[in-house]
Design a protein around this ligand. Structure first.
Ligand SMILES: [Zn+2]
Ligand SMILES: [Zn+2]
Length: 147
């Protein structure tokens, strides 16, 4: 089973509809689902803020049940009835939990000058006169005081 999702996932900066496929099994009156989602996301690089497009692949196993006692287990989705398969909810939560917190345009991204914001990838020799105290320096001082 593979089709385009009609889900509205606005606010997540997804570029295209989410592609998903899933296998569904009936086990002891519950439904067990192997879900796999693929989607593209556009998000700023964590260091230089340049927009980055990334393809995310994510899969997991979800148990869909009407049994409230299973509610506190991991990957359990509690539903009122199994007659209506909670397709949107499963796909949505899989996307939500797999959206990367930090994306880098490149593992070697040099980021921005902490003083003036110049892109250090484009100007590797850039150096600001008034460097001031970098966030790392002030952190170091904090630890020195404690020691
Ligand atoms: Zn970057
Ligand atoms: Zn600078």
């Amino acid at each position: 089973m593979k089709e385009d999702s009609p889900l509205d996932l606005e606010g997540l900066d997804l570029l295209d509809p989410v592609d998903y496929d899933m296998d569904i099994y009936k086990v002891d009156g519950d439904l067990e689902v192997d879900i796999h989602v693929t989607y593209d996301i556009k998000t700023p690089c964590d260091r230089c803020l340049k927009m980055v497009e990334e393809t995310i692949d994510s899969e997991s196993h979800v148990v869909v049940t009407t049994d409230e006692e299973e509610d506190d287990e991991a990957n359990v989705l509690l539903v009122e009835t199994l007659d209506e398969f909670p397709l949107a909810e499963i796909v949505f939560s899989q996307v939500i939990t797999s959206v990367p917190i930090k994306v880098l345009c490149d593992d070697d991204c040099k980021g921005l000058c902490p003083v003036c914001g110049e892109d250090l990838n484009e100007h590797p020799d850039h150096h600001c006169e008034s460097e001031g105290i970098s966030p790392f320096e002030s952190l170091k001082n904090l630890f020195d005081e404690k020691a």
